[in-house]
Design a protein around this ligand. Structure first.
Ligand SMILES: [Zn+2]
Length: 216
């Protein structure tokens, strides 16, 4: 499965792969509309957004070569550092050089719109990373569980991942399975159960043979 978040203060990005806003205007145009969509879905799912997003550097997109539909989010630094507590003020944090890295497969799918489902899946991946960029929830790198085939349940149950997967699932269901989406959104359950239901429905449709992707 795609995506892993990079919550490290210094990430290694090959600057050759960071595309400029002028040469990749198609991506930045898409990013602009996805930002709006992501924030709208996060609001519907009661997922809090960082209040200091406005202090961030401009969000960049970088592209790396891969045949998979994968994406990643990271930033160079997180502010502010509180000297007295020798830690980061995570509630009021903002980012230096925030970057969403996408595979060139995602870039091509968006640029040439090869197959509607593939196109929507590619947009979903960027929405997932946009949630990591916007979300107030925070998990320290040392406590974050990277996904493997064996621990996908535990990976997905982490607050930051459940927020990201449920938002991209909402987007996916809204494009193809609107009645299922409406049914879930009408459920009288808490936020955790609703987010879980969204992820499970989307994963059940996308990966019918992967029972391990369904949260209990
Ligand atoms: Zn993620």
């Amino acid at each position: 499965m795609k995506c892993s978040i990079t919550i490290i203060f210094f990430i290694t990005l090959n600057s050759n792969f960071i595309y400029s806003q002028t040469t990749n205007s198609h991506l930045y145009k898409v990013l602009d509309s996805l930002k709006f969509i992501t924030r709208d879905i996060m609001k519907k799912l009661n997922i809090p957004i960082r209040s200091n997003v406005g202090k961030d550097d401009t969000l960049q997109i970088s592209i790396y070569p891969s045949k998979f539909t994968t994406a990643d989010y990271g930033q160079k630094m997180i502010f502010p550092y509180i000297q007295s507590k020798k830690s980061i003020d995570t509630v009021n944090r903002w980012y230096k050089e925030p970057t969403i890295s996408i595979s060139n497969s995602i870039d091509s799918a968006i640029k040439y719109r090869v197959g509607y489902k593939y196109y929507i899946n590619s947009l979903s991946s960027i929405i997932h990373e946009l949630v990591h960029y916007y979300q107030l929830s925070y998990i320290d790198e040392s406590e974050y569980l990277q996904p493997t085939n064996q621990n996908f349940q535990q990976h997905l149950k982490q607050s930051i991942e459940l927020e990201a997967y449920s938002t991209e699932s909402y987007f996916y269901l809204s494009k193809f399975y609107i009645n299922d989406l409406k049914k879930i959104m009408r459920m009288n359950v808490n936020d955790f159960e609703k987010r879980k239901a969204l992820c499970n429905k989307a994963n059940e449709i996308k990966f019918p043979n992967k029972k391990e992707f369904i949260l209990k």
